[in-house]
Design a binder for this molecule. Structure first.
Ligand code: NPQ
Ligand code: MG
Length: 368
């Protein structure tokens, strides 16, 4: 394949309800989509960076800039266009993993469509459907939270993740346990909102039998997570800190990660995500697939990844309706708490022309 160019498409999708985390409240999702155009066909990539660098250091316009200025030109000049070569060709440029992941995803989609193979088959999926969890934002009150959780349980979600921060942690967890019982698979995500001095406070979550606590400390504080893990009974899971298979191996060796959240965007792509899966399986560490409020495009690829054998915990692979009234692809809808793994070529889904047009803010052509 030969690269002809990449269309950068900014889209804006309203959320069905505000989503509050320890780093802020989102009411709409601004996203950068990549249409990778080759001499043999097209592929779609989705960049998960937010508008503001609040989850990680990457942000939407930064990703667009590095793609336009460095990544697309390097890929165009980098020899035969093959998905498995993309990360190597882009390696001279430091970090910018979400931008690189989006470009690799688009190339992989184009390549697999030509070859008639699915993401699931390419990545090594062993299931045809995956169990789904849901991430529940910080709310103004406990009754409001219980309402939201009850609604998701009624929809069939098999695992609940509560976003927490100082002042919204022990009581919401207690309330969910008391209302919905000990059988609900329950976990929490702090998005780096605590410090090691909070260890004794976080140990108060121990009695609630949580599956895990996700990223309580700073992303660069791997040693702190190892120290914390010795002071609390809840298993420590890393999200933001895991940026590569190498960093996953290091975190596991240090005792900082009993469980790993895998997000392809955060680690530079689906191929690196699979390597993290392999590292974790070899070390006996359970993994699950995170979520970044993806459209149906990113959701399709995530569901394929979540069907690999080491994904033994339900992920944040929610249905489209968790976030969006209208998705830009055929929506992903839960059946019995599961989503079906797409089987068609590439992602197995394509943007619906009208829906895509309705959410498009701007397009920019970056020639090869
Ligand atoms: C997490 N995701 O696991 C992230 C964080 C997150 C589903 O909890 C806009 C774009 C809003 C990306 C909010 C979930 C977001 C976002 C939260 C990512 O840490
Ligand atoms: Mg997280």
């Amino acid at each position: 394949m030969k690269l002809e160019g990449v269309e950068l498409r900014r889209i804006s999708m309203p959320l069905v309800s505000p989503f509050r985390t320890s780093f802020g409240t989102q009411t709409s999702r601004e996203l950068l989509l990549l249409r990778v155009v080759t001499d043999e066909g097209e592929g779609w990539g989705e960049c998960v960076a937010m508008v503001d660098p609040l989850y990680s250091e990457e942000y939407l316009e930064g990703a667009a800039d590095v793609l336009r200025r460095f990544l697309v030109p390097a890929l165009a000049a980098g020899g035969p266009l093959e998905a498995h070569r993309v990360a190597t060709v882009l390696e001279p440029f430091k970090a910018h993993r979400m931008a690189k992941a989006a470009l690799e995803m688009g190339v992989l989609d184009a390549e697999l469509r030509v070859e008639g193979r699915s993401f699931a088959r390419e990545l090594g999926a062993v299931h045809d459907r995956v169990p789904c969890g849901v991430s529940v934002g910080i709310m103004d009150s406990v009754p409001q939270l219980l309402d939201a959780v009850g609604g998701y349980l009624d929809e069939g979600y098999v695992r609940i993740k509560l976003k927490i921060e100082p002042g919204w942690d022990i009581e919401p967890v207690r309330a969910v346990r008391e209302t919905y019982g000990d059988d609900v698979l329950l976990q929490v995500d702090a998005n780096t909102a605590y410090s090691i001095g909070d260890a004794r406070h976080l140990a108060r979550l121990d009695p609630f039998d949580l599956l895990l606590i996700e990223q309580p400390l700073d992303e660069d504080d791997v040693l702190g997570h190892a120290d914390l893990a010795r002071q609390i009974a809840t298993p420590v899971c890393l999200d933001e800190s895991i940026t590569s298979a190498r960093s996953a191996a290091a975190a596991i060796r240090l005792g900082a990660a009993a469980i790993v959240n895998i997000k392809p965007g955060r680690v530079g792509g689906y191929l690196e995500a699979r390597r993290i899966h392999d590292v974790c399986v070899a070390a006996g560490i359970p993994v699950w697939c995170g979520g970044m409020l993806e459209t149906g495009l990113g959701r399709a690829a995530n569901v394929a990844l979540a069907a690999l054998p080491g994904f033994t915990l339900p992920g944040d692979t929610s249905g489209s309706g968790r976030y969006y009234r209208t998705d830009i692809t055929e929506p992903f809808v839960l059946a019995d708490g599961h989503l079906s793994v797409p089987t068609g070529p590439g992602l197995g889904v394509v943007p619906l022309e009208d829906e895509l047009a309705a959410v498009t803010v701007s397009t920019e052509w970056v020639p090869a």
